[in-house]
Ligand binder design. Sequence first.
Ligand SMILES: *[C@@H]1O[C@H](CO)[C@@H](O)[C@H](O)[C@H]1NC(C)=O
Ligand SMILES: *[C@@H]1O[C@H](CO)[C@@H](O)[C@H](O)[C@H]1NC(C)=O
Ligand SMILES: *[C@@H]1O[C@H](CO)[C@@H](O)[C@H](O)[C@H]1NC(C)=O
Ligand SMILES: *[C@@H]1O[C@H](CO)[C@@H](O)[C@H](O)[C@H]1NC(C)=O
Ligand SMILES: *[C@@H]1O[C@H](CO)[C@@H](O)[C@H](O)[C@H]1NC(C)=O
Ligand SMILES: *[C@@H]1O[C@H](CO)[C@@H](O)[C@H](O)[C@H]1NC(C)=O
Length: 367
Amino acid sequence: MMRRHWLLVGACGWVLLVLMFVSKFINFTFRMPDDYGGRVEMLNWTFPSVKTEKAQLEQLVQKADSQPSPVSSDSPAEDELSNWETVTIRRLQLLSSVCRNSSLWNLTHTPLRKFVLDRIFVCDKHKILFCQTPKVGNTQWKKVLIVLNGKFSKVEDIPENMVHDHERNGLPRLSSMSDSEITERLNKYFKFFIVRDPFERLISAFKDKFVQNPRFEPWYKHSIAPAIIRKYRKSHRDTGHAAGLHFEDFVRYLGDEPGRQYLDRQFGDHIIHWLTYTELCAPCNISYDVVGHHETLEHDAPYILRAAGIGGLVTYPSIPPGITRYNRTKVERYFSGISKRDVRHLYARYQGDFGLFGYRRPDFLLD
Ligand SMILES: *[C@@H]1O[C@H](CO)[C@@H](O)[C@H](O)[C@H]1NC(C)=O
Ligand SMILES: *[C@@H]1O[C@H](CO)[C@@H](O)[C@H](O)[C@H]1NC(C)=O
Ligand SMILES: *[C@@H]1O[C@H](CO)[C@@H](O)[C@H](O)[C@H]1NC(C)=O
Ligand SMILES: *[C@@H]1O[C@H](CO)[C@@H](O)[C@H](O)[C@H]1NC(C)=O
Ligand SMILES: *[C@@H]1O[C@H](CO)[C@@H](O)[C@H](O)[C@H]1NC(C)=O
Ligand SMILES: *[C@@H]1O[C@H](CO)[C@@H](O)[C@H](O)[C@H]1NC(C)=O
């Protein structure tokens, strides 16, 4: 009698689990919007929208008014965009000079193998290549490129489960093309990607994949975290009650070059969330037209749309003030209690990313 009771309880448990799993494919509305860790309301794409572009320009005008710019003319918004061109050109000059620095060579150069071509998405209709770098609002860019490619007519029409399904969403990966098609696109298309401060990015990946994981990706907590803990947790005795991955474990894993490479071969493509930008997008081997910064996305997004020749077709949604700013307090808080030695090893791995994109060495953590 007792036994049958427990069997029944077990069966109900299974049914519940299966239901939870299935529900993931049916209704996505309970999901947090990704990339911003659930802190923001769903970003709002408008398409097509000559009207909203005007609104966006007005916003830029207001901004230019509140922070007086040295140049003034009839159209401050145009000024802002052309000022931003100067910023962008300076970034590209820095990038190419750091690419030439031989002492950083191994941290800045990546051969164009399939892994990199897998990261790059192709919009043939408007001749755009976009390299995906997690944790910087990528889903929004992908949605807009899907719409531009023509498979869906509005961003809101794209089912959530379709955004990352590149077999079906009409946004092919560069790796799906022939060598000559790849070369032609790399030579002729407008190419861009977005970066952010390398350490803040790691914090964001850690929070998203190991603390919150709103996207219901059980492998992070159930296979990747335990493997890292086994190898890098200093005291195994406290793993019992503190089952979750600590930021310290994560930092030690990332800074241990041979050990990390060994584990990464088991982790598969999930590691794109913490691989360097160099490994993801090969910025010294592909000549990108723009590298946007998440910290200044409110300037970079309209600039990129304009530079890519799609400024009249789409606008980037308004970005909640402050959300993309670098937060030193947060970085200090996450790294407090982590040994300088571990932080230096971590920095050694990400030094190429800091240098290439002009992010300052975080002296406050290293010295
Ligand atoms: C998901 O559920 C919400 C309310 O629970 C509903 O408004 C929405 O239409 C559903 N979406 C789909 C795709 O079924
Ligand atoms: C999206 O933006 C448009 C125009 O800016 C606005 O009218 C609309 O209410 C917004 N929708 C949401 C869901 O925020
Ligand atoms: C190359 O990079 C190293 C490490 O960041 C730096 O110390 C050195 O000054 C750089 N060399 C040049 C020529 O910029
Ligand atoms: C770069 O990598 C190569 C081979 O992996 C190695 O021989 C070389 O010493 C490395 N250079 C630097 C500056 O680390
Ligand atoms: C591309 O990367 C490879 C491997 O790191 C390097 O040998 C080659 O010189 C790079 N090519 C360019 C154009 O940077
Ligand atoms: C920076 O991060 C700290 C700690 O996470 C948080 O309390 C604070 O609100 C953040 N500041 C801003 C401007 O977002």
